[in-house]
Design a protein around this ligand. Structure first.
Ligand code: ADP
Length: 697
């Protein structure tokens, strides 16, 4: 998989990038994701705070408006009371001056008080017994203040007796019940005493009006809040809602307006949902989770709570949990996408870069691989892409290529020097060997010549004795001498062979060519082996076919060739076998030995030779001579070998036969000296053999 530098580098770059990407994703997911989640939660919290602040602000405004109204009313009530007091003071002064009696003046002052008409305020005076002396509502005249209660339900009359009024008067909110009616109305009254007559003056206004006004403002406030809540958006679908401590939904959630929330349960806890929300708000807990009601998607909601004590209001900011996590998820997805794209792009760029970097390295590698089999002996070097690298790359690759080229040039130089040195050495060795061989051959030739002279004497004198020139011989003598004669002849033949071989090696064997009568030579050769053949009951036959007559050959050498082949045939044919000598005229390529008639191969070879350096003249009229026998045969693998000097096929069969292994070698040399060719054909052991030779005519 990583067999190349390119794939390794790409793998490592990819690995580093993958680790980086994984780390970024991990960090994003773990820290940034969490931070975003927290930010989203904080924003929900902020919305909640803002809503709370908004409500608080509006509530304060409402409160301050109410207080202002009350202060204004109080001031008015006070002014009125002081006015009445000053009037009564004047009346009391008249009494003190003795102009009118106390009863008269009281009556007059009551009458005066009755004449005073107030549009929106109530005015009444009661004495120390709580008897209302005058009241802006005439039907209250003559009644007691027992029907007045404070907000805690205590009788105002009893309180009046106990309490000590400030001289400047005091404000109080009380409940007034009209006589004969069950309903009571809330009043804000200013109570101030007129100590001279132990009267108490009360100016009051209807507090329910102020409250109704506040209530109206409150409704407006809720309306405004509804608008605000409608515009609030937390995450995608999150919203806020408002309910009070009595579990009345003041501003319901946007998504379920008409639901009865007071009975709705939180499936998570089994409690009433609003109870859970109230508990969370009061305990300042983080959030409460519940499944969105009337929604089949099982959407989880996270509610953050705030409690506004002044109004006993609970504000909830609700958002689907999924949506809080969504931004973090989106970020991770977007980031993954960008990383994947960068990853992909970087991989492609890396691949092309690696390809660019590795291409010259590949050239260098393949060149290094090819170097051992490079032919440094060739005259001219082949153009290689390596040569262009130093020009194209000025970096390490270029320098490496330069070193390669330098190495190649040096190698070529060295190898050629070695080749030249070896060639010279071999030539010298060959010349020395040839010279020593020639010297040896000269020596053997001389020796053979020296050996032949005494041997000829031995043969000559033995012949004379056997011809009984020196008298009769007894049979033992004759047998012994015959043996001497035969052995001497054999020895002479041997020496002749050695002499001939030596001559060949010494380059001294020359042919004495003349017009030779081939049929006659063939017959004479047959006669030489005739006796031996008869002795072994071997049938000899001679076929001469279409021979023109004479042949240009060395007669003695031709006889020697035929004698060697025939004597081998007789020697290696068991008793009762057959030996046949045949001769015919043919067209023949003397190099290949193929005849025109043999096959179409001959033509092909001829064509081939015509195109090559072998001249057409090599195919000419020739005589083909064959010696075939029914003898021991020759193995296929030995067919070539037997023509080598001293080569004898080692087998049990021919070990019985005498021989030196020189005959066929010499025969081959003699045939080739005549410009011919010799070969042997045999189907194998015990299948006989045919020695065939062609000699141009
Ligand atoms: P030799 O003196 O042994 O006959 P040759 O050179 O004449 O030497 O022959 C070489 C070898 O070739 C022989 O030893 C023999 O094994 C084989 N040979 C030659 N002629 C024949 C033949 N006609 N049949 C079988 N084998 C032969």
């Amino acid at each position: 998989m990583f067999s190349s530098l390119k794939s390794k580098l790409i793998f490592f770059i990819t690995l580093i990038m993958a680790i980086t990407a994984a780390s970024i994703m991990y960090v994003t997911h773990r820290y940034v994701g969490r931070a975003m989640f927290e930010a989203e939660e904080a924003s929900t919290e902020n919305v909640l705070q803002l809503v709370s602040l908004n409500i608080e602000g509006k509530y304060k405004k409402l409160l301050s408006d109410k207080i202002e109204t009350i202060v204004r009313a109080e001031r008015r009530l006070k002014d009125l009371s002081y006015f009445y007091l000053s009037g009564l003071e004047q009346f009391s002064l008249i009494c003190e001056n003795g102009i009118l009696s106390r009863e008269e003046i009281i009556e007059k002052s009551i009458n005066w008080l009755k004449t005073l008409r107030l549009q929106t305020a109530i005015f009444f005076v009661f004495d120390q017994h709580g008897l209302i002396l005058t009241h802006s509502d005439p039907c209250m005249n003559g009644t007691y203040i027992n029907s007045l209660y404070d907000m805690k339900g205590r009788s105002l009359a009893s309180l009046m007796q106990k309490s000590v009024f400030k001289d400047t008067g005091e404000f109080a909110v009380y409940l007034s019940k009209k006589s004969g009616k069950n309903t009571s109305s809330k009043k804000l009254g200013f109570f101030v005493q007129f100590p001279k007559w132990q009267w108490t003056l009360v100016t009051a206004i209807d507090f329910d009006d102020i409250e109704a006004e506040t209530e109206k403002k409150m409704e407006k406030l809720v309306e405004m809040l509804k608008n605000t809540f409608a515009r609030i958006q937390i995450a995608k679908t999150g919203c806020a809602f408002l309910f009070n401590g009595k579990k009345n939904m003041i501003i319901p959630p946007r998504w379920c307006q008409d639901m009865n929330y007071s009975t709705l349960k939180n499936a998570q806890t089994g409690n009433l949902l609003l109870d859970d929300l109230i508990r969370t708000a009061k305990s300042n807990s983080d959030a409460v989770y519940y499944i969105k009601p009337a929604d089949g998607n099982n959407l989880f909601l996270e509610a953050r709570m705030s409690y506004f004590k002044a109004l006993d209001w609970y504000i909830a900011a609700v958002v689907p949990v999924q949506e809080i996590r969504q931004p973090a998820k989106n970020l991770v997805t977007r980031q993954s996408l960008i990383i994947a794209m960068i990853f992909f792009g970087a991989s492609i760029v890396a691949f092309f870069l690696m390809h660019r970097i590795s291409r010259p390295l590949n050239i260098l590698t393949s060149y290094a691989k090819e170097l051992p089999s490079h032919d440094f002996t060739a005259e001219k070097e082949k153009e290689s892409p390596l040569e262009n690298l130093p020009g194209r790359f000025k970096d390490e690759v270029g320098r490496l290529a330069e070193s390669f080229i330098f190495m190649k040039t040096e190698l070529r130089k060295n190898i050629q020097q070695v080749i030249e040195a070896t060639a010279t050495k071999e030539r010298l060795q060959k010349e020395a060997a040839e010279e020593s061989n020639r010297a040896k051959s000269r020596f053997v030739a001389n020796m053979s010549h020296e050996l032949r002279t005494p041997l000829n004497h031995i043969i000559g004198f033995t012949e004379l004795i056997l011809d009984k020139e020196f008298g009769e011989l007894n049979p033992e003598q004759e047998e012994c001498l015959t043996e001497v004669y035969n052995s001497s002849n054999h020895l002479l033949a041997l020496i002749n062979d050695i002499l001939d071989i030596s001559k060949v090696e010494a380059g001294k064997l020359e042919l004495d060519l003349s017009a030779t009568n081939l049929p006659m030579i063939l017959k004479q050769s047959m006669n030489i082996v005739k006796d031996r053949a008869m002795k072994h009951r071997i049938e000899l036959s001679l076929n001469i076919d279409n021979i023109a007559g004479t042949i240009n050959a060395d007669e003695r050498k031709l006889k020697q060739i035929l004698y060697n082949l025939l004597s081998n045939a007789v020697k290696f044919t068991p008793d009762g076998g057959k030996v046949c000598l045949s001769a015919r005229q043919t067209m023949c390529n003397v190099r290949t030995g193929l005849r025109e008639t043999d096959s179409k191969d001959f033509k092909i070879i001829l064509d081939h030779f015509e195109k090559s350096e072998i001249a057409h003249s090599e195919c000419n009229t020739a005589v083909e001579i064959s010696v075939s026998d029914t003898g021991i045969g020759i193995k296929k693998e030995d067919l070539e070998r037997i023509f080598n000097p001293f080569e004898q096929v080692e087998s049990d069969a021919n070990r019985r036969y005498q021989g030196t292994g020189l005959g066929l070698s010499l025969t081959k040399t003699l045939v080739e000296l005549h410009g011919g060719k010799i070969w042997v054909e045999s189907e194998g052991i015990e299948k006989g053999s045919t020695f065939r030779l062609v000699i141009p005519m």
